[in-house]
Design a protein around this ligand. Sequence first.
Ligand code: ZN
Length: 395
Amino acid sequence: MAKILLIICDGLSDRPVSELGGKTPLEAAFKPNLDMLALSGITGTMHTVDIGIRPGSDTAHLSIFGYDIPKYYTGRGPFEAAGLGMDIKKGDIAFRGNFATVNENLMVVDRRAGRIEKTQNLIKSLEKIKIPDVKIFIRKGLGHRFALTLRGKNLDGRISDTDPHETHKKVLLSKPLIENIKTKKTAKVVNNFTRQSFMILKNEPVANCILLRGAGTLRYIPSFTEKYNLKAACIAGGGLYKGIAKILGMDIIEVKGATGKPDTDVKTKINTALQLFEKYDFVFVHIKACDSLAEDGNFITKKAFIEKIDQALKPLTKRHDILTVVTADHTTSSKLKKHTADPVPVLITGEDIHTDHVTKFEERAVLTGGLGHIRGLNLMPIIIDLIGKAPLYGA
Ligand code: ZN
């Protein structure tokens, strides 16, 4: 049975950029290896969540892995928290958190508290907060970030953020997004926690406040192995992607030099993935920087980073024994500096599978590819069928 390598280049696709002669960064890049993979395989275009939906990275990845969003997703918090190594259990409510600076009227002056790094002691003091019936866990993230998990009976994460998401606005009270006993209780717990944190942090020079966002409840979610009978591993730099993989039961493989930034070592990530096939059936490699560069409006560096990815993919052009899948989780427009709902290109190549006439891995070139137009939820069933493991529907 063929082993599967799924490479998701975050925000790889883009819109045409006039400064690039009307090409997208992917179209403008010199990428002989990606084009070779497209030539030797089958291509198409994919709306990762659905047509006309601007996907977040979390919902896009879950959809690509075959998990239906309305059924399994309530917010980003649990995935971020798991990515920081927290042990998230079914029913837990998790949040993304920031240390921030506020003035005496609780008006936000700096959402990131000067990007403070040393927050270990602040977190220790917040861990002393007591709330009846609720266990509180806090884990440090990068810089000013942390994750907060609440564990207890009758909690529901469908509540609003305390983070106003802008400076010169007041810290918000969390409110139920859907009115029920559980959401009311959870919002109350969050507001109580925030109030107590003010008291603890009020004399701190910079990080005198916390802001919470992205609340989510971890629902029951079948593991990747349960769903597909594949032993899976993940190589990623960014915490969110490790968190998603961890919650789906994939093993997280740490690769030196995998930073989630443009300086990341894509070559070592790919070479490590190839070695993992001795132990695993499925390896997911996440490559982040195209998205961040586009969100900074930096289409020139995005194009250069695509060329760096392309160089790292060279060994794959000779590995016909592996089913290689390359795609993106969403389009990130360098001009709009944000995710857009445009579909992403997808290619699948391996031994004895259909090919098409497409010779370039580009947004427009793949529009006439043999996979046609698919949704994110279709990708795993297609992969499973290509390796000959799809169950028969009917008799
Ligand atoms: Zn993304």
